[in-house]
Design a protein around this ligand. Sequence first.
Ligand SMILES: NC(=O)c1ccc[n+]([C@@H]2O[C@H](COP(=O)([O-])OP(=O)(O)OC[C@H]3O[C@@H](n4cnc5c(N)ncnc54)[C@H](OP(=O)(O)O)[C@@H]3O)[C@@H](O)[C@H]2O)c1
Length: 323
Amino acid sequence: MKAAYVEAYGPPEVVKIRDVPMPAPAEGGIVVKSHATTVNSGDARVRALRDPGGMKLLMRLALGFNRPKQAVIGFDVAGEVAAVGAGVTDLKVGDRVLASNRFKFGCHAEYVQIDADGLAVKIPDNLSYVDAISLPFGGATSLVFFKEGGLKSGEKLLINGASGAVGVMAIQIAKLMGAEVTGVCSAANAGLVRELGADHVIDYAKTDFAVGSERYDVIMDTHGNAPYARVKHLLRPGGRFLMVIGNLWQMISGGFQSAVISPRDDKAAVSFENYAYLLNLASKGEIKPVIDQVLPFSDIVEAHRRVDSGHKVGSVVVTFDQG
Ligand SMILES: NC(=O)c1ccc[n+]([C@@H]2O[C@H](COP(=O)([O-])OP(=O)(O)OC[C@H]3O[C@@H](n4cnc5c(N)ncnc54)[C@H](OP(=O)(O)O)[C@@H]3O)[C@@H](O)[C@H]2O)c1
């Protein structure tokens, strides 16, 4: 079977497709035959060892010094169960699932071993693998930040970076929660951001929202150029700042600010409940998958290039169904 290996930290070209032996399911785990996976901004960060500032050493310690210890990255897979390990009773061969090994990665491969402590959720019949795989990276991130940040109906929320994988899901989920949403993105994506439900759109090339007079209950920064120190004056009393991305100093100082909600451990976001909830919303048409491009697995290097542009719209999907 084929798998994409990150052979060293570096540009997209460090990713090489190799033939490797088929995995077997571990006790309590499964093997998924992949139909679709994504290259997301987290994968590109790992591949490039691109830290948000001050965290290179921590990243090397966590991921591997000169290259990722887990050379096959990739966070999620959508596909069919190809084999089940001893003790698995809730899934059978042929089931369509959305699955993740969390930060054990391993999903950029034709067959993916999901361990007992990973997760696999059945995909509703009316959702394609491509649609299903586009949901969790941004969707689960939004769910956990909105929960931790206590987003409430009627509150005013600003999303900086509203057209990326996190932004497009954040808009839709926040609207379902009854928030009034302002999306910040480029003019090219303003129409989409409105279509997804944003009540107001700000073109970052024309207007710097941080110097405006509008006030918000919650500000979510998914781009990193609107840190708490720069936008805290825009928060209403009791307002919260959702730091989806921040450098080491911002993370440390955010820990001392009750208004700042920082990145959480992966199990809070990447949970069975969150994945099942997102699939159910999409199946009922209450959230829409937003897909930038669908590329064949043989073009995974190109997928990394697109993610590195910093301007993808929603998710970049890689599929095994196009040969
Ligand atoms: N903490 C966590 O748990 C967690 C989880 C998931 C992701 N993340 C992080 O969140 C970040 C966003 O991820 P993503 O996948 O959504 O990224 P993405 O898909 O690459 O989206 C980037 C977004 O930034 C926008 N943007 C570009 N320049 C901008 C500017 N000057 N001002 C405002 N917005 C600008 C882009 O809009 P245009 O294309 O319209 O320019 C696009 O909407 C990444 O850094 C990722 O590592 C953190």
